[in-house]
Design a protein around this ligand. Structure first.
Ligand SMILES: NC(=O)c1ccc[n+]([C@@H]2O[C@H](COP(=O)([O-])OP(=O)(O)OC[C@H]3O[C@@H](n4cnc5c(N)ncnc54)[C@H](O)[C@@H]3O)[C@@H](O)[C@H]2O)c1
Length: 331
């Protein structure tokens, strides 16, 4: 399939890398950018002009059903990434997470149903599993909402499942584990570490250091989306797929690894401001992506160290670093 691909959340971290991957594969891309009065196209403002000119940007809002219906018309595949993703902000503004992540997904489902779009790739998250009860985590693992963010995503995933079973909407769900790379918000741990070290901090201020995560480089996550958008329908529709590497690392160890790669020395401290309520902190996430590999051939191409080196290089470019506020706690 190389027809019209629609991407929501296209101006964001993963969305902008997905847009690049789709254009390189010869797709026409229609990109929804959240309406704002500054005409900002987020990270799409920074992509290579040769790619940018292949992208038709449409300002809109997934909370508005009319804007989603207009967006989806004529699409061969819809990649739905638009969401609010910050767990701390979901404690402060839970209603906006339901409006964007859950109701927004309902609007996307209604639009693809009305337009008979041949495929919807919906974005879930490993946070829907909560702290792992068994590792590595397969798609059979129970879901547990340890934050309003996770709850809004579980609700969205279940709406997708229900529209597939009730109305035969041709949808598939990708459940990425933690993703990192250029353009990521500094609310995420890897940019938080790199930007503080790049600014010369002698003390790294982070959230909880003991939880473990499974980190995938962003171009690999983008390829997982493309794999589900282009696989034979019978291999993927109506199902959920994890994407991750299977490698587990504690946040404190990861921070020390990044400092080593950057040749910096810093004390790593837990900043109480960044700690989550005890039972809300997801303590362990490790991915079993064998289902995605078996059905589509996808596998991560970048090792964590290769990905970290590229990410460090990108963040250390002065023009890129200037977009961040090292040391400030970023929800
Ligand atoms: N980054 C990760 O580690 C990770 C892991 C698992 C899942 N995900 C999921 O991947 C998707 C992309 O996340 P990201 O990390 O690129 O975050 P991001 O915040 O960079 O991207 C989200 C995008 O959604 C847009 N958006 C927000 N509200 C909107 C609205 N009402 N209407 C239209 N657009 C809206 C934002 O402008 C932003 O561009 C999200 O669905 C997220 O839940 C991310």
């Amino acid at each position: 399939m190389t027809g019209l691909a629609v991407v929501t959340g296209a101006e964001g971290f993963i969305g902008s890398h997905l847009v690049e991957a789709l254009v390189r594969r010869g797709h026409r891309v229609r990109a929804m950018v959240l309406y704002n009065m500054y005409s900002s196209q987020g990270w799409l403002d920074t992509v290579d002009p040769g790619i940018r000119e292949q992208v038709d940007v449409v300002f809109g809002d997934v909370r508005d059903p009319a804007s989603v219906l207009r967006l989806v018309e004529g699409a061969e595949v819809v990649y739905h990434l638009a969401a609010l993703g910050s767990i701390p902000y979901s404690y402060a503004a839970p209603r906006s997470f339901v409006d964007t992540n859950t109701i927004g997904t309902l609007h996307v489902l209604e639009a693809v149903r009305a337009c008979r779009t041949p495929r919807l790739v919906h974005t879930s998250t490993s946070e829907t599993y909560g702290t792992a009860r068994t590792v590595p985590i397969t798609e059979q693992h129970p879901l547990q909402a340890q934050s309003p963010y996770a709850a809004s995503k579980i609700a969205a995933d279940k709406l997708v499942e229900s529209y597939h079973l009730s109305f035969e909407v041709p949808a598939v769900t990708l459940r990425p584990f933690n993703t990192f790379g250029p353009r990521q918000s500094a609310r995420a741990v890897i940019p938080a570490v790199i930007t503080q070290l790049a600014a010369g901090a002698r003390q790294l201020r982070l959230g909880a250091l003991a939880p473990t995560r499974d980190f995938t480089y962003v171009t690999d996550t983008a390829e997982a989306f493309v794999a589900l958008g282009t696989a034979p329908a019978s291999a993927v529709l109506g199902e959920q797929f994890n994407a991750g590497t299977g490698a587990e690392v504690a946040i404190g160890t990861l921070a020390a690894d990044i400092a080593r790669l950057m040749g910096r020395q810093a004390d790593i401290v837990e900043d109480t401001q960044r700690l989550r309520p005890k039972d809300s902190e997801v303590m362990r996430l490790v991915c079993d992506a064998s289902k995605l590999t078996q059905r589509t051939g996808w596998r991560p191409r970048q090792t964590r160290d290769e990905g970290l080196r590229k990410t460090i290089e990108w963040f250390c470019e002065p023009g890129n670093l200037a977009r961040y506020r090292p040391g400030e706690y970023n929800q």
